[in-house]
Design a protein around this ligand. Structure first.
Ligand code: BDR
Ligand code: CA
Length: 309
């Protein structure tokens, strides 16, 4: 079975990704590692354990990670995810035990325990993953692959005119991953912003378990208001669950193998990700970038799975 570590900054769409994972018996979740991102790492951690309870996740280590990027200032996205990070949703406090190791140590430990078997899913700023690679570079060839929700290549940015939020929060960390010669798949806004969850989709969830429906309804209501107000988009882009869905059905995405770079120069284009689509530079590909998504199939998968919770 597919063994994964989820590195996350919950976050509304992160929460939806965790719910989707909880329905996925095809995937063996080995750990949830938490990073700063949509809000502070402490709030993200509190959200992670509350969502784990909601999703019925038990006995999976959940570890706290970095509270700031490798370089630069901490960013949070209260306008997108609300003060708590979960929009209007209110979840009961959780007693879920926090793992004694920090996130990057836990990543190292698990990769060494299962050499060649672990897929790391990154759906927040990739600081924890970068720290694991920096402290223990010997794990690089032991990681099966890394799949990230990150970047915007031909679409706009959502954190600046050109930068996607996860990359914008810690572009140096992404550079560490790119330099590590990993089997790296990047699922950018180009495809996730086609996956708009709407009130019509929500209506299809009315028969889900009550607490699941209420959580999705209350969290996405805030997220939809953000998309309408700031981006003139009706509905909300459920970026992060697409990463989990891709593991369940590889046919959901078309990938392009290519050379990518992240811009680390401070200024208006800081954190911009670029891909050499036509190989004009003649450089060896260093990532696979998703370019097309089967939106109806993804939405159906997501909605069907929520009914299993
Ligand atoms: C990404 O940034 C966060 O706001 C979301 O959780 C997602 O991981 C989208 O740019
Ligand atoms: Ca996220």
């Amino acid at each position: 079975m597919h063994k994964i570590i989820l590195d996350t900054d919950p976050g509304i769409d992160d929460a939806l990704a965790i719910l989707l994972l909880a329905t996925s018996s095809e995937i063996e979740l080995k750990a949830i590692t938490v990073t700063h991102g949509n809000t502070t790492v402490d709030k993200c951690l509190a959200n992670a354990i509350q969502i784990a309870d909601l999703a019925g996740i038990r006995n999976i280590p959940i570890a706290k990670g970095a509270n700031q990027p490798l370089i630069g200032k901490l960013q949070i996205a209260e306008e997108t995810h609300g003060d708590t990070g979960l929009g209007y949703a209110k979840l009961p406090p959780s007693n879920y035990p926090i793992h004694s190791n920090n996130a990057s140590q836990l990543i190292v430990e698990l990769v060494k325990k299962y050499p060649g078997e672990i897929t790391i899913l990154g759906i927040g700023p990739v600081t924890n993953i970068a720290l694991a690679l920096i402290s223990n570079p010997e794990i690089k060839p032991l990681i099966k692959d890394v799949v990230l929700m990150a970047g915007s290549f031909e679409y706009a940015g959502n954190a600046s005119p050109v930068a996607e939020y996860n990359v914008f929060c810690d572009p140096y960390a992404l550079q560490v991953l790119i330099n590590a010669n990993l089997d790296l798949t990047i699922i950018p806004l180009d495809v996730t912003y086609q996956c708009l969850f709407t009130k019509e989709h929500l209506a299809e969830l009315q028969n889900c378990k009550k607490d699941i429906y209420e959580f999705i309804s209350d969290s996405t209501r805030f997220y939809m208001e953000f998309h309408q107000e700031y981006q003139n988009i009706t509905g909300c882009a459920i970026n992060d669950p697409l990463v989990v869905a891709y593991l369940l059905n590889r046919e959901l995405l078309e990938l392009m193998e290519c050379y990518v770079e992240v811009n680390l120069h401070k200024g208006n284009f800081y954190g911009k990700t670029s891909a050499d689509r036509f190989s004009t530079l003649g450089l060896a590909p260093n990532a696979k970038v998703a370019t097309q998504v089967d939106v109806p199939a993804f939405m159906k998968l997501f909605i069907d799975r929520m009914h299993k919770l």
